[in-house]
Design a protein around this ligand. Structure first.
Ligand SMILES: Nc1ncnc2c1ncn2[C@@H]1O[C@H](COP(=O)(O)OP(=O)(O)OP(=O)(O)O)[C@@H](O)[C@H]1O
Length: 913
């Protein structure tokens, strides 16, 4: 029946009215953007922010579009909605909610611009209903309207044409809070509602205060109830009832400021009381929204009790705080804004009010239909799954797909053949992301269905509770009837001769003991019965008088209606006469026109006729001409008077028509009140009958009571049967709910496993990715290493080059050294030989051979003895050997260099490769 929604804040907006002509001062409020407002307090500017702030230039249509239209739309969807206008007197509450009266009545576009929220909302709602009806065949709407006021903590019906009487607020599990006896009228279009509105406005208590000449002294609540019935398949009806409350609160002024005294002071006190309770309720609700546990005293005032659902309950609510920009109203403006600020924190939980009805069979059909729907969804999903698996890559591993077991998906539909079944069992199904989404949607839907079934169950349970209560009441009343019956029987037994005789015979009652006490009791009982009879008699007489008076009233009204009707008939006859007159005049004027054309024609023929000239002086003809001239003048005159006559006839006709309309509406009103009176008198007659029946019951005695008892018992029996039937239905529903719950659970499990599968897949994919990343990083490192090696190789190459150059240099140096050494050796050897053998080389002066080196020059310059020479030779030989060893070492070095060069070269080449 209802759909759960999370808590949602009450929407609070502010509207600033323009300065009126009496207010000469500057505005003390300043609107910044669409959400911030500053109030220029003498101490400091105070800043407030709200959902929306409408400055003084805002048009009525803008307020409707931004505030009322979304709520009206919610109401069309099945939510309850409320729009409050709160503010000091004269701040524009009525202007915002209702607008100017001309705007409501008139069709003039300029006047229409001043229409407030109520007329615009009505028009919108009816347009939306028409649209819905044109789009769907089996939809119908019933719109009802009620209009009440809370005045001096008293609720009265603004649509009731008689003397207003206070109504009470009641509450029950089915209807919630409602006003007992409040009239609700069916409306078929906005025009019907405007008429109701006008009627209600006329009845609304309007009193003058020092602040506002037309200050509304009461809280007015216009409630539009929309009942939408839609026939779904299999004759199951879905019913949605939503209400829109449009509330124009009384001004939140202070008594001192409005100069109210006496009756008005009481009014102000009561208005302030209900507004203060509204404030307290809002404060408590703010605490509740903040997580504190608090009791909300809705019952402290009629207003808050009545609008309980709109404050922290099941409704979409918007509060429009209206303020005046005038300096003299600054404290009221601040207080309104503070109230609005608090109200911003209140949270509501709105739900759609929908219920499905139909008999048990129909409900079963509906359940079957839903099952079929689920089956269809499943097959669609499988189709989708198959499509997806067909589209997957050859290795069947599309990353966005999740694999789940087919048997996990199967809910109710078994595979057709065994083969299929086996295949189905062995086969895994691949679900895409969209299939998972679909699965989620299905799960949501199943949950929703489960909730709906649960709501139906709850509704049936409340019905069952009501029936059980009724059953209990019946039982009680039967018990009391039994008691009365017993009493009557014993009473009768005692007064019958047999009873008396029996009493005497049985000797059960002791004559002496009972004599005084039982007589007294009996007398008392008789007296009680007599009193009751007298009381009932009086009541009956009073009712008879009342009925007589009502009958008289009805007769008077009938007479009045008769008079009005005869008056109407007279007016009608007059009207008909006038119409006949006007047609007569029309005929007459047509005759004249014809006659005139004839005469003109004859004159023309006479003028054209040649013989006419000859007969010009013919006295007969002249007389004819004169006659014709006279006739023409007469015709012209009659034509002029005819126009006047037509004008006057039209005016008379309009007057009579308006009289007729007024009389008609009067007659309608009288007929309407007659209807009400008839109903009243019928009710009274019924009540009278009941009383008479009661009396008859007293008189009829045992038989009637027995009959009643039998009737009541059979009624109880039937109620018991009904209760059992309902119980069975509730049990069935409970089983259904269980099945749905299981199904929902299995789908949820399925979803969870699908999700797990998906997660595992995702995990392995990310691991693979990680591995690839690591590989990449490794390769990158190798590249960097190779680059570094290349750089090192080029350095080595350079070094090798240097070594090579060095070895080359060494080689060259070694060659030079060797040759000079060999020369030196040769020279020394020569010198040794010459010294030994006395042979010298001619002109071979050592000084001339610098290439012989220091040894040669030394040998040459000194006359060295042989032994010294021999020693020197030995030394030289040794040093030659040492030089040779050094040379071979040098060769080795060079060899090593060249080897290392070639190997480095190889390395660098490898690295480069
Ligand atoms: N936004 C507005 N634009 C133009 N005129 C406005 C606006 N708001 C209010 N008025 C005018 O200010 C006057 C007082 O407004 P209204 O009667 O709506 O006040 P109120 O708050 O309903 O007073 P009360 O509580 O006494 O009924 C009216 O003449 C109304 O036309």
């Amino acid at each position: 029946m209802a759909e759960n929604h999370s808590a949602e804040s009450v929407r609070v907006v502010v509207r600033v009215r323009p300065l009126v002509s009496a207010e000469q001062e500057q505005s003390v409020v300043q609107v910044q953007g669409s959400q911030v407002i500053y109030v220029q307090d003498p101490d400091a500017a105070k800043k407030f922010s709200f959902d929306r702030i409408f400055d003084s230039d805002t048009k009525q249509t803008t307020v409707f579009e931004e505030i009322a239209k979304p709520i009206a739309e919610d109401v069309m969807q099945g939510y309850n909605g409320t729009i409050f206008a709160y503010g000091q007197t004269g701040s524009g509450k009525t202007f915002t909610m209702q607008g100017k009266e001309d705007g409501i009545r008139s069709n003039d576009p300029a006047a229409k611009e001043s229409r407030g929220i109520i007329p615009q909302v009505l028009e919108y709602l009816f347009q939306r209903m028409e649209k819905d009806k044109s789009e769907k065949n089996m939809v119908n709407y019933t719109v009802k309207c009620s209009y009440l006021q809370v005045y001096n903590e008293m609720i009265t019906d603004l649509l009731y044409s008689g003397t207003p009487h206070p109504l009470n607020i009641r509450e029950d599990s089915k209807r919630g809070v409602y006003v007992d006896g409040l009239s609700e009228e069916v409306i078929h279009g906005p025009q019907d509602c405007y008429q109701l509105l006008m009627r209600g406005l006329h009845n609304r208590a309007v009193g003058a205060t020092a602040m506002n000449q037309e200050s509304s002294r009461s809280h007015a609540v216009l409630t539009i109830t929309i009942e939408r019935n839609e026939c779904k398949e299999n004759k199951v009806w879905s019913k949605r009832i939503s209400k829109l409350n449009l509330v124009d609160l009384a001004g939140s002024e202070r008594q001192k400021k409005t100069n109210t005294t006496g009756k008005s002071l009481k009014e102000a006190a009561n208005i302030n009381r209900s507004l203060s309770v509204l404030g307290y309720v809002i404060m408590a609700l703010v605490d509740v929204a903040g997580g504190r546990e608090r009791h909300i005293n809705y019952r402290d005032s009629k207003l808050t009790f009545l609008l309980r659902d709109s404050l922290g309950g099941n409704a979409k609510t918007c509060i429009i705080a209206t303020i005046s920009p005038s300096e003299k109203n600054i404290s009221e403006t601040l207080s309104t804004l503070k109230f609005a600020q608090r109200a911003k924190c209140v949270k509501n939980r709105a739900t759609i009010q929908e219920e499905t009805t139909g008999n048990v069979m129909q409900l079963q059909v509906e359940i079957k239909r839903l099952q079929e729907f689920v089956r269809q969804l499943l097959s669609e999903r499988e189709q989708l799954v198959q499509n997806n698996s067909n589209q997957s890559t050859p290795n069947g591993k599309t990353p966005s797909l999740v694999t789940v077991k087919r048997q996990d998906l199967a809910i109710t539909t078994p595979p057709v053949s065994e083969e299929e079944s086996n295949q189905a069992e062995s086969e895994d199904v691949t679900l895409s992301g969209s299939a998972i989404k679909e699965l989620q949607q299905m799960l949501l839907m199943t949950e929703q269905r489960g909730k709906e079934t649960e709501d139906t169950k709850r509704y049936l349970e409340t019905q069952l509770e009501d029936i059980t209560n009724q059953y209990r009441r019946y039982k009680d009343s039967i018990r009391s009837i039994h008691l009365v019956l017993k009493k009557v029987v014993s009473f009768m037994q005692e007064f019958t001769p047999q009873g008396h005789h029996q009493r005497l015979d049985s000797g059960v009652i002791d004559m002496e003991a009972s004599s005084s006490a039982s007589v007294e009791e009996e007398e008392e009982e008789i007296q009680q019965l007599e009193e009751t009879a007298e009381y009932l008699q009086k009541g009956l007489i009073r009712f008879k008088q009342f009925v007589e008076a009502k009958k008289k009233e009805v007769n008077n009204l009938r007479e009045e209606v008769g008079e009005k009707q005869s008056c109407l008939t007279n007016l009608r006859t007059q009207m008909e006469q006038l119409t006949a007159n006007s047609s007569h005049h029309r005929d007459h004027s047509e005759q004249y026109a014809y006659f005139r054309s004839q005469v003109i024609q004859s004159i023309r023929t006479n003028v054209d006729d040649d013989s006419f000239q000859a007969n010009v002086w013919d006295p007969e003809k002249l007389a004819d001409v004169e006659f014709l001239q006279y006739k023409i003048a007469e015709i012209l005159q009659s034509e002029a008077s005819k126009d006047e006559l037509i004008q006057s006839i039209l005016a008379e006709k309009a007057r009579i028509e308006s009289q007729r309309d007024a009389a008609q509406s009067e007659v309608d009103r009288i007929l309407h009140s007659l209807e009400i009176e008839k109903e009243n008198s019928k009710m009274l007659e019924e009540q009278l009958k009941k009383i008479q029946n009661n009396q008859d019951h007293q008189g009829i005695g045992e038989e009637a009571l027995r009959k009643k008892l039998v009737q009541s018992e059979s009624k109880i029996q039937s109620l018991e049967n009904f209760r059992k039937q309902m119980q069975r239905l509730v049990d069935q529903q409970a089983i259904e709910i269980q099945t749905w719950k299981k199904r929902a659970q299995s789908i949820s499990d399925e979803l969870v496993s699908a999700r797990k599968e998906y997660e595992t897949h995702e995990r392995s994919r990310s691991e693979q990715l990680q591995r690839l990343m690591n590989e990449l990083i490794k390769q990158r490192r190798q590249i960097i290493l190779a680059e570094e090696r290349i750089a090192a190789a080029s350095v080595i190459q350079k070094e090798i080059q240097q070594h090579f150059d060095q070895s080359q240099y060494l080689r060259e140096g070694r060659g030079g050294a060797i040759s000079s050494f060999v020369n030196g050796l040769e020279y020394i050897a020569e010198q040794v030989i010459s010294k030994l053998f006395g042979t010298t080389k001619p002109n071979n002066n050592g000084s001339n051979h610098p290439q012989y080196g220091f040894a040669g020059s030394l040998v040459h310059s000194k006359d060295i003895p042989l032994e010294t020479m021999a020693r020197l030779g030995g030394e030289l030989e040794q040093s030659a050997k040492a030089a040779e060893a050094a040379l071979s070492r040098m060769d080795n070095n060079i060899e090593m260099f060249s080897h290392s060069r070639s190997s480095s070269k190889d390395t660098s080449e490898t690295i480069t490769v």
